[in-house]
Ligand binder design. Structure first.
Ligand code: 4AD
Ligand code: MG
Length: 463
């Protein structure tokens, strides 16, 4: 018999169809002569209501096994539902219980659990309503991201996870520790001491695929990465992870203006597409997590992002009527409270801040004519602050060399990066979107640890 996904049955199932579903029992409601099960297979927020009655062989024994958490395959016939929450329900004709779950010990009980508690059972929390919706939205976001770039003729490139260079120059790299193996002979006269030096030099987990992205953009014009990145920031905040996913487009023959236009079109597309694909999940977040989720989506899709320079932003912050915890002064980096003030309170929509002081930005950003600021842009959004960081890159060899030296980075390590400026250099630009910050922003989830299946943060790497 045909196995069907529950989302599809809820949307298109017709009474009279004989079908089979499989999933996990969320709840069981026993009445005198029959019982209702809520079965969920992860395809939708809502489960399928299943009626189990005494026509079922071994009704009593089977019913005992059908506790919350048990896994089942159920064959039966769809009937029109009496309840107002669903169009159809399933009358079970045959039930196979694959795995039971002990009521006493199964950690996911009917009541609402705190997200803190759910983090301690990350292996089970995907079966809850909220995390289920988060991960469906996460999937829809991934799809929308690829769609956006593929439709615009961008090539998806794969950049290395293990690297010897520090893209951001911020010293936040996690070191790749060497394997503790014995010397293994490569050939008769060559050995590698694996305990010392597998790659022959210190290596790290990548903080960004940008530099390799620039290499590929120098051949294919429009490229993007979408992969894991790592940062050893010791910041236990609700917006930082040690392992997070980043989307990094890189575009040849593009300036800062084009970069901002791309970022804005990109966010608009992703919101629109996910809203279309996951309407029920969006409604759920709006109702249960954050009442402004749908309004925010509407603002992203329909309003023009504000664009101001860093200098203007500092002026606005200095004029702000409210006190900030961190100082506001030209030359200092904006803190998340400042970023949030600008987008949440002052403009009430996304704000793109450009032209930051050179001393607070990475070496690769293009120097402006004032010799004080660089062609950087950060996209700031309500509740999150910075969601995207990008820039036009320095394409002039001499200026790039000066910046690398000025930031105390070893010039010789960047010989290949400098070669891109020696041979056929072009103006180019790109940005990085923190994927989890996007999902957090979209769903209204308060903590970034609850939008990635297995969060990695200081002192936390279970499994
Ligand atoms: O602003 P960042 O550091 O920019 C770069 O890495 C550039 N190389 C990107 C580029 O131009 N190709 O990081 C980009 C984004 C941030 O705006 C933020 O959304 C996210 O990555 N991000 C983090 N997300 C979660 N946890 C962390 N620890 C993050 N650090 C940065
Ligand atoms: Mg940044």
């Amino acid at each position: 018999m045909e196995i069907r996904r529950i989302i599809e049955l809820l949307r298109h199932g017709t009474p009279g169809e004989s079908i089979k579903v499989q999933g996990w029992v969320r709840t069981k409601r026993e009445l005198k002569e029959f019982a209702f099960l809520d079965v969920n297979d992860g395809s939708s927020l809502q489960g399928l209501q299943v009626v189990v009655n005494q026509n079922l062989p071994e009704y009593e024994q089977t019913l005992k096994l059908l506790n919350t958490g048990s896994s089942v395959s159920i064959e039966g016939e769809l009937v029109a539902s009496q309840g107002k929450n669903q169009r159809v329900e399933l009358v079970a004709k045959a039930v196979q219980v694959w795995g039971t779950a002990d009521l006493e010990t199964y950690p996911l009980q009917k009541k609402r659990h705190s997200f803190e508690f759910l983090r301690t059972i990350a292996h089970l929390r995907s079966r809850t309503n909220t995390l289920g919706s988060v991960f469906r939205i996460r999937n829809a976001c991934s799809q929308a991201i690829h769609q956006f770039f593929q439709d615009r003729d961008f090539m998806w490139i794969h950049t290395p996870i293990i690297t010897a260079s520090d893209c951001e120059g911020a010293g936040e790299q996690l070191a790749v520790t060497s394997l503790n193996l014995q010397d293994v002979p490569l050939s008769e006269d060559q050995t590698v001491d694996y305990s010392q030096d597998f790659f022959g030099k210190p290596t790290y987990l990548t903080v960004s695929g940008q530099l390799e992205g620039e290499i590929m953009a120098s051949a294919f014009c429009n490229v993007y990465t979408f992969g894991p990145t790592f940062r050893a920031e010791n910041s236990n905040t609700s917006r930082h992870l040690a392992e997070f996913w980043m989307v990094e487009p890189e575009v040849a023959f593009c300036d800062l203006q084009g970069d901002m236009d791309l970022a804005e079109a990109f966010l608009k597309h992703v919101f629109k597409s996910v809203l279309e694909q996951c309407p029920e999940d969006f409604e759920f977040f709006n109702l249960r997590i954050d009442k402004s989720v749908l309004e925010t989506a509407d603002t992203i899709i329909n309003s023009e992002f504000e664009r101001i320079t860093y200098t203007e932003a500092v002026n606005q912050l200095e004029k702000a009527s409210r006190k900030f915890e961190f100082p506001v002064e030209w030359g200092l980096d904006l803190q998340s409270e400042h970023e949030r003030y600008l987008s949440e309170e002052l403009f009430k929509k996304p704000v793109i801040v450009t032209d930051y002081p050179k001393q607070i930005k990475a070496f690769y950003m293009r120097m402006n004519d004032d010799d004080k600021t660089v062609a950087a842009m950060d996209v700031l959004v309500p509740k999150i602050g910075e969601i995207i960081g990008g820039s036009q890159r320095e394409e002039r060899l001499d200026l790039l060399e000066q910046r690398i030296v000025a930031q105390g980075l070893p010039l010789e390590d960047y010989w290949w990066y400098l070669d891109l400026r020696r041979y056929g250099t072009v103006p180019h630009a790109g940005f990085g979107l923190g994927f989890e910050r996007l999902v957090q922003f979209m769903t209204g989830m308060a903590n970034i640890r609850d939008v990635i299946p297995f969060p990695r943060t200081p002192l936390n790497a279970e499994f």
